[in-house]
Write a protein that binds this ligand. Structure first.
Ligand SMILES: *Cc1c(COP(=O)(O)O)cnc(C)c1O
Length: 242
């Protein structure tokens, strides 16, 4: 018998399903309005449903309601729940700190790793991706608030690392990701936007700045204002996590 750490009941209350559907509707309107304010089309902003601790039944409700990007931040949970998800037209991004020993399994199922937070991790992903003949799109995570508790590259070490990582095989840098401090968040979104544009202007070989992933349930509208084109939304869609 196999014991699963993440075990979900097979029935979900209708009320919960309706709530998720309604939250998606509200979220899409808010994203659309935030996009309009800066003359962007709503389609230019990707809404990611962050699915940690969420029952896969509700995740599939979100997919059916038109959310086509899912984000998971715990490797073990992702691996256990993966088979339960609808897959057609759905993209999966890994957004948490990835331990070296999980790289091999995770790269088989993800479309992008948003949370590459060290040169060492990039090297391991490159090595494992080469073995399965896959090129993995990655974003680099920036510790924009220089917080001890968070992973990611420090601002002053970023450029050096981008150049090193851009030379690794079977990886493709596609943008930046951040989880800024909650306090004075706009200041950090603005810094991220500046860094993103600066790097983009440098036109480094094998580096595209296509995605700026920032903004969560409480601050996604502000993030969109400062150029985010992936917003990562958990509790706004699925309620607060237990
Ligand atoms: C949990 C999580 C989110 C979503 O947070 P909410 O505040 O619930 O929207 C976004 N990004 C990352 C990396 C997360 O771990």
């Amino acid at each position: 018998m196999t014991t699963k750490k993440y075990d979900f009941s097979n029935d979900v209350e209708m009320e919960e399903i309706l709530k998720v559907k309604n939250n998606i509707k509200i979220l899409k309107t808010k994203v659309k309005n935030a996009a309009n304010k800066i003359n962007k089309k709503p389609e230019e902003i990707k809404i990611m449903a962050v699915i940690k601790t969420v029952n896969p039944i509700l995740v599939n409700v979100a997919i059916k309601e038109g959310i086509f990007l899912l984000g998971e931040n715990k490797a073990q949970e992702f691996l256990e729940k993966y088979d339960s998800y609808l897959k057609e037209n759905v993209e999966f991004h890994f957004i948490g700190h990835l331990q070296s020993k999980k790289v091999k399994q995770i790269i088989k199922i993800v479309d992008t790793i948003e949370s590459v937070d060290s040169f060492n991790l990039a090297q391991i992903i490159s090595k494992e991706a080469k073995k399965i003949n896959k090129t993995i799109p990655i974003l680099l995570e920036i510790n924009i608030g220089d917080e001890e508790s968070k992973f990611g590259f420090k601002k002053n070490e970023l450029l050096k690392n981008i150049i090193l990582i851009s030379k690794l095989e079977n990886l493709k840098i596609k943008g930046l990701m951040s989880i800024p401090p909650i306090k004075n968040v706009e200041q950090y979104f603005k810094q991220m936007q500046t860094i993103y544009i600066d790097i983009s202007n440098k036109k480094i070989d094998n580096v595209d700045m296509n995605f700026l992933s920032m903004g969560m349930s409480n601050d996604f509208e502000k993030a969109i204002f400062y150029g985010a084109n992936i917003v990562r939304i958990g509790s706004f869609l699925f309620g607060s996590r237990k």
